[in-house]
Design a protein around this ligand. Structure first.
Ligand SMILES: O=C(O)CCC(=O)C(=O)O
Ligand SMILES: [Fe+2]
Length: 162
C-alpha cells in the first residue's frame, strides 16, 4: 500500500525548563502518518492519553516506542482501518532538571512518488453494519490539512468523517 515509502525523520531537543508547569514540550496530538517509531534518551516526558487520563511512557534505554498514526488508526479515529485501530493521542511534558532528546520516524507514503494515491477505509473491513466512516483522501491532502489546522487539541480526522 506504499504506506512506508515516505519516511520522515524529526529530531527533537527539549531544553530543561525552570517552570515546566507553564509550558509543554509538545502539545497534545496524534501523528499524521500511518506508524511512528520513536527513540528517546533516558529522560522521560512522553505521555499517552488513555481513557481521558495522561500516563507517563517509561523511558527504557535502547527501547523504541511505536505509535499508531491517524492514517492507520484503530478504534476511534483511523482512516484506513475505519476505526478498528486508534491513533495514540500523546504529548511531551517539560522537565525542570534535564534536557531531553528524541528522534521520531514517521512512516507515510512518499507524496512525490504516490501523491495522488487515495487512502480510505479498506474495502475488506466494510459491511452493511460497518459502513465507511471516512472519505478517501491523499496523504498530501491529509498532511496539508493537519499542518494548517495545527495542534489545537482536536483530531484532524474529524474533517474527513462522512
Ligand atoms: O519527543 C517525543 O517523545 C515525541 C515526539 C512526537 O510526538 C512527534 O514528533 O510527533
Ligand atoms: Fe507525535
Amino acid at each position: 500500500m506504499k504506506c512506508a515509502e515516505g519516511l520522515a525523520l524529526l529530531g527533537h531537543y527539549y531544553p530543561f525548563c525552570p517552570q515546566p508547569e507553564l509550558t509543554m514540550g509538545a502539545s497534545q496530538h496524534a501523528d499524521s502518518d500511518f506508524l511512528t517509531v520513536l527513540l528517546n534518551d533516558h529522560v522521560s516526558g512522553l505521555q499517552v492519553l488513555y481513557q481521558n487520563q495522561w500516563f507517563d511512557v517509561p523511558s527504557v534505554p535502547g527501547s523504541l516506542v511505536v505509535n499508531i498514526g491517524d492514517l492507520l488508526q484503530a478504534n476511534l479515529h483511523s482512516l484506513i482501518s475505519n476505526d478498528k485501530f486508534i491513533s495514540a493521542e500523546h504529548r511531551v511534558v517539560a522537565n525542570n532538571l534535564r534536557s531531553r532528546v528524541s528522534v521520531a520516524c514517521f512512516f507515510r507514503s512518499d507524496v512525490n512518488k504516490s501523491g495522488d494515491e487515495l487512502y480510505g477505509p479498506i474495502q475488506e473491513l466494510l459491511s452493511e453494519d460497518n459502513p465507511p466512516k471516512y472519505r478517501a483522501t491523499t496523504v498530501k491532502e491529509y498532511v496539508n490539512y493537519y499542518n494548517t489546522k495545527g495542534l489545537d487539541g482536536t483530531s484532524a480526522l474529524l474533517h474527513f468523517r462522512v
